[in-house]
Design a protein around this ligand. Sequence first.
Ligand code: CP
Ligand code: NVA
Length: 327
Amino acid sequence: MNLKGRDFLKLLDFTPEEIGGLIDLASELKAKKKNGIAHNTLQGKNIALIFEKTSTRTRCSFEVAGYDLGMGVTYLDPTGSQIGKKESIRDTARVLSSIYDGIEYRGYGQEIVEELAKYSKVPVWNGLTNEFHPTQILADFLTIKEHFGKLKGIKLVYMGDARYNMGNSLMVGCAKMGLDFVACAPKKYFPDQALIEKCQEIAKETGATLSFEENPNVAVKNANVIYTDVWVSMGEPTEVWKERIEDLSPYQVNKALMEKADKNAVFMHCLPAFHDMKTTVGKEMGEKFGRTEMEVTDEVFESSQSIVFAEAENRMHTIKAVMLSTL
Ligand code: CP
Ligand code: NVA
């Protein structure tokens, strides 16, 4: 596998072998880190991390992975640079890529990160856009592989807003890697038809299956992984909360739903999650709409079936694999 000089913008751009190679490399790097074996082979290189939306996991993963590889790291926060306000993406790409060896970008439309990559001389990595969150999927799949020993044939059910970054990316990832993907939501939250068709084509080659189901009880039958994400994503207006709660409450991941899946099923979530009232937004929306939990109950989140923190840790190892492969 040679990914030197490549951008990492969406999983659609990579073959199943390349995605599998990144997951295996992440596993090797994880073992090195756990055993205290230095892997600072990118000493002398520097990377810039652009965040137009906030982050805990992705930012910290890029930073620590960068340090472990021996690199210098600059973090550009959502307000602290000229990007977008006084300087175009095209100009930013040309400036930063003459100073840095790699650029991470988290922001709004996928077209922005694609444009950044087009005008950058160095690899650009997508740290989340409205449409895709590809580094998250590498971490999710490493976690599934660690837990079940395989990816092919695993049934993954995504509950909730399946037309946004997580639903889209999981569908693409499952199609590429031969999983059985089910999006479970009211019809209007199913992924975009053109993307579904693209993924159906890929699935034909890999043996994956894709289905779209409105009934949660039907969807989760024999499921190995139940996955969900927040009902309202970063950058969306607060006015959509009411509609989302009304539409998606029947799709909440709770104990009764977990019991309808395979008995060894696990719960996954990219995080952050609204599973209690211990956050400002969770508390505010909870009080406004008379709810103590949203997309997942605290009981499931804290249960032994939940592997969300293993999943979060794997963000760092997989992001490290992406940077090491492309630089
Ligand atoms: N899962 C994820 O991308 O988390 P952050 O928003 O904290 O980076
Ligand atoms: N769908 C969420 C994912 C966060 C990691 C968002 O875009 O806010």
